[in-house]
Every structure is written in C-alpha cells, then in structure tokens.
Design a protein around this ligand. Structure first.
Ligand SMILES: *Cc1c(COP(=O)(O)O)cnc(C)c1O
Length: 432
C-alpha cells in the first residue's frame, strides 16, 4: 500500500495517541460498523475528500447542519464579513436580534428565543427552564431519542414503568436521573399510565417529533395528539427537540407538519441546533413569552454563555436561513430526498433484500427490515450485519452514509440528480 493509500489509518493511529479513541465525538470512530474512519481534508457542495484524496458523496452533512451543501458562497461571504468585524464581543449585537426574529417568523409556536452554542446546552437549558417555570422536578423522555449529553438525559428505562431510569453513562450518579422517566416511543398505554401515576409532578415531556437518533421514526399522529392533551391537562410543558428536524424536514420544523394533522397544535417549547448554525456552533431554545421570561436576567432560572450568540456563528445561521426560506427550496429538497429513498428501495427490491425507507424534507432513513420500525427496540432489531456490510460497500463506492444503523441521513440542496442516480447505482451494485 502506498503511503498516501494508508494515510487515514496513519492519522487514526496518531489521533488515538492524543485524543481518546482518536475522535472528538464517539460516532466518528466507526465503532458501530468497524473499520478506519476517514479523515476529511475538505468539502465542497455535496462532496467530501478524505486524506487519501478520495471523493465521497456526503449524506451526513456534518450530522445535519449542511443543508445547503458545503461552502455555499452566500454563507461563506457572510462568515468572512462577520469574522473581519470581530470574532466575539461578549456584548449584544443587532445580528442576534435578526436571527431571533427570523426563527420566530418561521416557527409560529415560538415567541422568544435564546441563543446558545450546542444542542446539548439548548436541551439542558430548556429542561431547567421547564422545571423552574412549573416548580416541578420530574421529566419524561423516550427511549431512542437523544437530547444531548446533559447528565439527567443520559438515561435508559428502569425495570418497570413506575420506576425511574438508570444512567447510560458512567459518571452520572443514579440520583441525578431519579426524576427522569423513560418511556417507549409511540406507546400510548405507557404514556397514559405515566401521566396517571406522575402527572402532578411532571415538569415536561421532551421528544424528538421525528426521531433521527434512532434512524428515522415518526411519532404517530394519535400519539402526538394524546401527548399534547395530557401535557395540557396536567400542566406539564411539551418540549419539541427540533435540533435535527428544525429547518430540515420543513421550513417550520416538524411542528409545522403536526399542525397540518392536529389543528392548533404547538409545543410549549422548542429546541434548535444544527441547521440554524449552518455549520457553526449555534443552537437555541424558545417558547412563549411567559415561559421565557422566567430566564435570567428577568427571572429566577439561571442560564448564560460566553460565546452565546457569537457574531460569526450568528451570521452563518442567518445566511443559511435566508437561503432555505426562498420559495420552492423545500419542495426541491424533498423531491431530491424522495428520489434517493426511491432509488435505494428500488435497488433493494431488485436484489431481493427487504428494505424499508422514509423521508421528510432533507432527512431520510432506511432499515434492513420488511417494514418501518415504530420504536427503539424495533430499530435495534433490524439487520445490523447487513447494514454494516452495506455501509462499507457504499463507502468503497464513494458514498458516505452515517456509520451506524441508528443514525438518520441528510440530503442537501447541493446534491444533484446525477449524485442521487450514482448513489442508487452504487446501492444496486453493493446489494448484489
Ligand atoms: C444533535 C442533537 C442534539 C445535540 O446537539 P449537539 O450540538 O451535538 O450538542 C440534541 N438533540 C437532537 C435531536 C440532536 O439530533
């Protein structure tokens, strides 16, 4: 093997000496699928090039933010201009108001918003605010949903419904998750029982409306309808974690899809990240004026950040939102994503391989299973061996899919019809 040909392996080796596992976020290490992670040198449009000079069609898009593709000219220009004006001030700027106004305009359920630097921070702050605003401690989350790595959210279901969760990470004391109840996604009877038992103590329910951290699972309309009713009846706040789905499945996020099916629907609070930063560290949480006014400096719930509303990240987010708000953007993106899942499904049919696919806007999922799973257990029961072989076969053919069967995929505006066709052809070849 030439030196160039072994470059990813060499870098991985070197990285592991100074960075735990060689990566700064675990999924990048390819542990779920095995093999050597690709070290990326640069990216442009729908493509990334690794340290060996190999080109990949990128369906990760930095795990969601790169909805315009890499290096969109208007975004780069906005970032460069902002950087020249100053990297950080620790004082308010007009651009932060503009970004808040843009988000509020696009997501009708949000009246006020606060900017932070990561989805983890936004989710953690939203939970604290929900607890502060209601004066209650208990929270519900769903198995398979990820809301960042705040201690209280690193939890899996306990042995029974009446019991609270167990930590999923060392370093999280059981007491820290003793108020977190973990329920099965889309399980109506469990939801009813949880509210019947704990209703008056519940501060909030946090949910990924389309769960992208277990590949792609939609919360059913009956489930969401009942969840909204129960939260309202019991005075618990419904928090939509739209870090992945916000400005990705539709301009108004997943909540705009539920409004179509459930008249008057809105969550009480929303959490955003990924696309709103356009590739820079930026996230946000928002809700009604009533709830948001409980935050410092107005109210008793403390929350702060040295780099919150960073001017360069804010400029990047604003430029991104401006592009995706253009008429027809989501129609075109949805059609392209649908063409991809149709292509994958067609390749699987031809090869006689059971494959179920789903997509919304620029987000998609596929499962080696006869039908779409409705919860985490069903996702994890899909064919892992086949997924891992498919992942590597696609990577060898220059298609970079998420390296784990429980991760969603992303299409950007930069993916051309030719890229989609090439991907479908690679899939047909790989599945054969
Ligand atoms: C990515 C993600 C987060 C965490 O965001 P980070 O910026 O990685 O901290 C939270 N919730 C959901 C739904 C996500 O997809």
């Amino acid at each position: 093997m030439s030196t160039e040909g072994a470059r990813n392996a060499q870098l991985f080796e070197r990285a592991q000496r100074v960075i735990p596992g060689g990566v700064n976020s675990p999924v990048r290490a390819f542990r779920a699928v095995g093999g050597t992670p690709r070290f990326i040198r640069r990216a442009e449009g729908a493509y990334m090039w690794d340290a060996e000079g190999r080109r990949y069609i990128d369906y990760i898009g930095s795990w969601g933010p790169m909805i315009l593709g890499h290096g969109h000219p208007a975004v780069l220009e906005a970032v460069q201009k902002a950087a020249r004006d100053g990297l950080s001030f620790g004082a308010p700027t007009e651009a932060e108001i503009e970004l808040a106004e843009a988000i509020i305009r696009l997501v009708p359920g949000v009246e006020q918003i606060r900017l932070v630097s990561s989805g983890t921070e936004a989710g953690m702050s939203a939970i604290r605010l929900a607890r502060g605003a209601t004066g209650r401690s208990k929270i519900i989350k769903f198995e398979g949903c990820y809301h960042g790595h705040a201690d209280a959210l690193l939890v899996k279901a306990g042995s029974g419904l009446a019991t609270f969760g167990h930590p999923t990470s060392a370093g999280v004391p059981p007491e820290v998750v003793q108020h977190t109840l973990v329920l099965e996604y889309n399980h109506l009877a469990q939801l009813e029982e949880a509210f019947a038992t704990h209703g008056p103590a519940l501060a909030c329910v946090i949910i990924e409306p389309i769960a992208g951290n277990m590949n792609f699972v939609r919360a059913s309309v009956p489930f969401m309808t009942r969840l909204r009713e129960l939260c309202t009846q019991h005075g618990a706040l419904l928090i939509f974690d739209e870090v992945m789905t916000g400005f990705r499945v539709a301009l108004g996020g997943a909540q705009s899809l539920y409004v179509q099916a459930i008249p008057g629907f809105a969550p009480d609070m929303s959490v955003f990240g990924k696309v709103i930063g356009g590739g820079m560290p930026l996230a946000a949480f928002g809700g009604s004026k009533d709830v948001m006014s409980q935050l410092a400096p107005l109210g008793p719930v403390y929350q702060a950040g040295t780099l919150s509303g960073n001017p360069v990240a804010t400029a990047c987010g604003l430029a991104t939102l401006k592009e995706i708000a253009r008429p027809g953007f989501f129609d075109a993106l949805s059609a392209r994503t649908r063409a991809l899942t149709d292509g994958l499904a067609g390749a699987a049919r031809a090869a006689g391989v059971p494959l179920a696919t789903d997509c919304e806007g620029g987000m998609f999922g596929f499962f080696f299973a006869p039908e779409l799973p409705q919860n985490y257990g069903a996702v994890m029961a899909t064919d892992k061996e086949r997924f891992n072989r498919f992942f590597h076969a696609m990577l060898e053919r220059g298609v970079y899919l998420a390296p784990a069967l429980y991760e969603a995929g992303f299409v950007s505006a930069a993916h051309s019809a030719a890229d989609i066709a090439a991907t479908a052809a690679a899939a047909a070849d790989a599945l054969r």
